[in-house]
Design a protein around this ligand. Structure first.
Ligand SMILES: Cc1cc2nc3c(=O)[nH]c(=O)nc-3n(C[C@H](O)[C@H](O)[C@H](O)COP(=O)(O)OP(=O)(O)OC[C@H]3O[C@@H](n4cnc5c(N)ncnc54)[C@H](O)[C@@H]3O)c2cc1C
Length: 447
């Protein structure tokens, strides 16, 4: 396993020649592309997955590793319930320890207003008979070893899980390859090859592959790929900083979100720590789609900070080309792995906040730190749909900060959509046309 975070200097693990043809071609080797490929292979459909950099080198290894039902949007909850069952099955099938552990998710409340904010999810949890419950101040303190601060209370779901993403998604990719999926790293998809409005192939930097069906699951790069074909989706990405501590005494076994810092126990005995804010680099898409994001920004005004420009080569950088042909180098192969620098001020803040909560630790020693670009939609729920404008094109993107946990559920659904089977869930909320058909934007819970 390469050192974390993954980068383009890591060895290429999946390298076979591009096949001449494939029933389905998947763009992107994150959790969504990988699990969709896996379920398509289980249905006997031939699949090729192309990844411009390395499997799971972007969001799917950089995330916090929370697999939660708690706090989900109503339309996502039944899917994540299925995903949790699938995680358990797939972890067993992988034959590798991916750190899958049932240790719960807890949200801390600083005020009665925060407690009242849990109401919507408590009602939903009751509908699905979840083990989610509200805790008072004393019960909240009892969840932790030596927490200094008294909270008003908390909402907790003990049955929620955690896993180590940088182990989990590469292990799922290996399983997919064992099931017959052709996976090719270091292979950017440049553009669709279209004949009379239908997909006839996909042009990659390694040549053309004949196919009638393409899935765009390119994470933060999806809108850039689709825009080159005239399909506009209001996707943006925010930069989120994360750190991992050295192993330390256990103060809680699960995952916890407070007002300033979020933390979760790791398999290596340390904690993954993260701040409660993220950074939006303002580029052409941020301005283009600003109005659509207003409801979410007004609902959570303090979560987002802004910077005037994205570094060169980022999907929404001012200098990133928006148009190219199949014969030209595309923005995707110019940046194999989107590897943003962590923000030093955020790192210092989370160390300080974590130490304030648990003063028994003299120092909070960090083992590593990193950042990731979280791709989001204006209503904080993904797009999972076929694209009406181009026959044979499917889109599963915009997982909005919670695609790791729900990943296998989305992968199973997309595989069935492609195979022509019933998806098994109501996907109306995730339709692509909701941003252009005059529908009101209804933000789901915060990223
Ligand atoms: C810091 C952070 C914390 C998070 N915490 C959690 C959490 O605790 N729980 C949770 O459920 N979710 C969490 N998330 C969100 C979660 O990680 C993402 O929603 C999920 O990983 C998205 O998966 P994906 O497959 O859609 O995209 P990605 O993992 O980003 O994968 C997309 C892949 O597509 C490739 N690609 C793009 N364009 C092309 C192209 N043209 N050709 C070939 N390849 C291409 C990219 O290189 C990339 O590898 C977090 C995210 C971050 C960054």
């Amino acid at each position: 396993m390469p050192a974390f975070p993954f980068s383009e200097s890591d060895p290429i693990r999946h390298h076979v020649p591009l096949p001449k043809s494939s029933d389905v071609v998947i763009i992107g080797g994150g959790v969504i592309g990988v699990t969709t490929a896996l379920f398509l292979a289980k249905r006997g459909i031939s699949v090729t997955l192309v990844e411009k950099g390395r499997i799971a080198a972007e969001q799917s290894s950089r995330n916090w590793g929370w697999i939660r039902k708690q706090g989900r949007d109503a339309a996502e909850l039944p899917i994540v319930i299925e995903a949790i069952r699938l995680w358990t099955e797939l972890a067993a099938e992988c034959g590798k320890d991916i750190g899958l552990t049932q240790s719960g998710v807890t949200y801390l409340a600083n005020s009665d207003k925060d407690m009242a904010g849990f109401d919507t999810f408590m009602k939903l949890a009751a509908t699905y008979d979840l083990d989610t419950r509200l805790l008072d101040s004393r019960e909240t303190s009892a969840l932790f070893n030596g927490m200094s601060q008294k909270f008003t209370g908390a909402m907790t779901t003990p049955s929620d899980l955690r896993a180590e993403p940088w182990l989990a998604v590469p292990a799922l990719a290996k399983l997919a390859a064992r099931l017959g999926v052709t996976i090719i790293e270091n292979c950017a998809a440049r553009s669709l090859d279209l004949s009379a409005g239908r997909i006839s192939g996909l042009c990659t930097e390694q040549g053309r592959i004949e196919t009638s069906t393409v899935l765009v699951s390119g994470g933060a790069w999806s809108s850039l790929f689709l825009r080159n074909h005239g399909i506009s989706i209001p996707q943006l990405a925010v930069r989120a900083t994360v750190a991992a501590t050295e192993p330390m005494a256990e103060i809680h076994a699960g995952a916890v979100a407070g007002a300033d810092v979020a933390f979760r126990r790791r398999q290596d005995g340390g904690y993954t720590l993260a701040p409660s804010t993220h950074l939006l680099h303002l580029g052409p898409d941020a301005f283009r789609h600003a109005v659509k994001y207003l409801p979410a920004l007004l609902a959570h005004p303090s979560g987002t900070r802004y910077s005037p420009t994205a570094p060169t080569g980022y999907p929404d950088s001012w200098s990133t080309p928006r148009k190219w042909t199949a014969d030209e180098q595309s923005p995707f192969e110019r940046m194999r792995v989107l590897n943003p620098a962590p923000e030093q001020a955020s790192i210092e803040a989370i160390q300080r906040d974590f130490k304030r909560l648990f003063p028994q630790f003299e120092t909070v020693r960090l083992k590593t730190r990193w950042a990731g670009m979280i791709d989001a939609m204006p209503d904080i729920v993904p797009i999972v749909d076929r694209a009406a404008a181009i026959s044979g094109l499917f889109v599963a993107t915009g997982m909005s900060g919670h695609g790791f946990g729900i990943g296998p559920g989305i992968g199973r659904i997309v595989a069935d959509l492609i195979a022509g089977n019933a998806p098994g869930h109501d996907l109306t909320r995730f339709r692509l046309s909701r941003f252009s058909d005059g529908s009101r934007i209804r933000p789901g819970p915060a990223i």
